[in-house]
Design a protein around this ligand. Structure first.
Ligand SMILES: Cc1cc2nc3c(=O)[nH]c(=O)nc-3n(C[C@H](O)[C@H](O)[C@H](O)COP(=O)(O)O)c2cc1C
Length: 187
């Protein structure tokens, strides 16, 4: 798919059909994530793919609670990718930034590579930032000292068209050569 079309096609899909996703397709998404750039090429991630039905239900249950219900749709996902943060060991010489600052950024970039490849294959995804991390770690045997930085739910969308993107207009999120206060910034 043309890149212009692909970035419009990728959206958070929160309803899934019954169609299963092949492991070959999931591996293609992981391969796209594998090629993501990262600080010092540190690749601070391990992807745990959950495609066992019972485990998908158990992980999905970690994304909701009595108060937070917006992730209810995850129970119908056909697979869930958990991105585990791996420790990196480089020093940012001459910088006050530590490698820790970049790990979450790198994982976010990897998640987007993963989702764009999925969209190109016709697979819907939703990046999930809300979940009980402790419970997810326990279900997936992730050691206590590691973080699960993001989950990505996966499934085929029942909808033929995509939603219109709701985004800030370009002139409110980009300037050339000098920062300018954006119009609608809250005081
Ligand atoms: C880091 C991150 C965390 C997110 N967490 C959730 C989540 O827990 N539940 C959810 O339904 N959507 C979640 N989203 C999806 C965003 O709501 C969505 O990307 C945004 O509204 C833009 O819509 P679009 O993805 O359809 O273009 C998350 C997205 C990101 C990047």
């Amino acid at each position: 798919m043309d890149f212009d079309k692909l970035i419009l096609q990728r959206e958070s899909v929160r309803k899934y059909t019954d169609k299963d996703i092949s492991r070959d397709s999931i591996i293609k998404c992981v391969e796209a994530a594998r090629l993501t750039p990262s600080a010092h090429n540190s690749q601070p991630w391990t992807f745990v793919i959950v495609d066992d039905k019972q485990l998908v239900s158990q992980v999905a249950a970690c994304t909701v609670n009595k108060i937070v219900k917006f992730n209810k749709f995850v129970k119908d996902a056909k697979a869930i990718a958990a991105i585990v943060m791996e420790k990196t060991h480089f020093a940012m010489i001459g910088s006050n930034k530590t490698d820790e600052n970049y790990n979450f950024i790198d994982m976010g970039a990897a998640a987007e590579h993963f989702c764009l490849q999925a969209a190109d294959l016709g697979i819907g995804t939703c990046i999930l930032g809300y979940y009980d991390e402790k419970k997810v770690k326990s279900l997936l045997n992730v050691p206590g000292n590691k973080r699960v930085g993001l989950l990505i739910s996966m499934g085929y969308s029942p909808f033929e068209s995509v939603r219109e993107k709701k985004r800030k207009p370009l002139n409110e999120m980009c300037t050339f050569n000098s920062y300018m206060q954006v119009k609608n910034e809250e005081k």
